[in-house]
Design a binder for this molecule. Structure first.
Ligand code: AN7
Length: 352
């Protein structure tokens, strides 16, 4: 069995003594090379996807949740709560179940992908749909936690960030150094903040170098690009449908300090990259394709010259979490009788 993340990286994580080990074997996700896509973008550089969809509940949130829930149970909490666009909810529900805690999740009504909602229910969380946005839900859970002894496990909780730093450590350990560019989607901005904390810390300890960070928002939910909150965020990438990122300032600082930036891409660009990744055998949910979509757009516009560089794109969640978009857009597969001749005809017919 591989060592749990929190044990492996414990000396580098600022967690209280009372933190317990609550693990589902999160982390240790692969870096998958994408030579064909690199070639399409001009070639001469190394491109990898870090496939965070392979975490136990299908997203990167598990890295932070093992820490936040372990801390909460260690200090005697009985209930944890979060607002979520879906993945945090499923992850909080799973780790709370593992630790024997009650989980409550607030989600924006009708805006959470089927696989995430089903996950939260399956793991036994109390699910409340809010007739508002993620930002409204986050506001409510913060208020609630000020009134009651309930542990908040959104990324406002500092232990979430500590756990999520481990992804940066893993990349440095596998590549032997930090990449030149790190690209990732940005929603509530906890993850970009964690990566920058992790890379800086490893660089101080091991001179592993620092990446430039390209944070990517959806153009209908791009407060950090616009420079002001978005009241009614809208995007096909529901995971990052967030108009008031809790860690927005830190995200901007991370991008700037690293020599990178935060940009926005359209829903069309996101879905096109989701398709491209699937054509490489990697099915991710729409939000997860945003980082790489942004990188491709920057390369195509000549704003990033990748030649000779090493680039890592973070794919934050699995495609199975959000099958709706694929199911809705696909033609219904033809129904055929149990008849060899008919099947033969269909199989041998030329495809487009
Ligand atoms: C697949 O689950 O905010 O910038 O409530 O699910 O750290 O918020 C999800 C965010 C990227 C953005 N990719 O990360 C939630 C939630 C996926 C995500 C993000 C999310 P942050």
């Amino acid at each position: 069995m591989t060592q749990p993340l929190l044990q492996r990286y414990r000396p580098y994580l600022d967690l209280p003594e009372h933190t317990q080990l609550v693990t589902l074997s999160e982390g240790n996700t692969p870096l998958i090379p994408l030579p064909r896509l690199a070639e399409q973008l001009g070639g001469g550089f190394e491109l990898y996807v870090k496939y965070e969809g392979l975490n136990p509940t299908g997203s990167f949130k598990d890295r932070g949740m093992t820490a936040a829930i372990g801390e909460a149970v260690g200090r005697g909490a009985k209930t944890v709560i979060c607002a979520s666009t879906g993945n945090t909810a499923a992850s909080a529900a799973a780790y709370a179940a593992r630790a024997g805690l009650k989980a409550v999740v607030l989600i924006p009504q009708g805006k959470v992908a089927a696989g995430k909602l089903a996950g939260a229910v399956a793991y036994g969380a109390q699910v409340l749909q809010i007739q508002g946005s993620f930002d409204d839900a986050l506001h409510l859970v913060v208020e609630l936690c000020q009134r009651h002894p309930i542990a908040l496990v959104n990324s406002l909780n500092p232990y979430r960030l500590e756990g999520q730093k481990t992804a940066a450590f893993e990349i440095c350990d596998v590549l032997g150094a930090a990449p030149d560019w790190l690209c990732l989607p940005v929603g509530n901005a906890g993850n970009i903040t964690s990566y920058w904390m992790g890379f800086r810390q490893y660089n101080q300890l091991q001179q592993s170098g620092l990446p430039r960070i390209l944070g990517v928002q959806a153009s209908g939910a791009a407060p950090l690009v616009l420079g002001h909150p978005v009241e009614h965020p809208e995007t096909v990438a529901t995971a990052i449908r967030i108009g008031r990122p809790a860690r927005g300032e830190q995200a901007l600082q991370a991008a700037e300090e690293s020599g990178g930036r935060i940009i926005a891409v359209s829903d069309e660009q996101i879905l096109a990259m989701q398709k491209t990744l699937a054509s490489e055998g990697i099915w991710v949910e729409p939000a997860s394709a945003a980082g790489l979509a942004g990188f491709a757009a920057e390369v195509e516009a000549g704003r990033i010259q990748p030649r000779g560089k090493r680039v890592v794109a973070i794919c934050t969640g699995h495609g199975l979490k959000d099958p709706d978009i694929i199911v809705k857009s696909m033609p219904t597969p033809p129904q055929i009788a149990v008849n060899l001749a008919l099947i033969e005809e269909a199989v041998l017919a030329p495809t487009i």
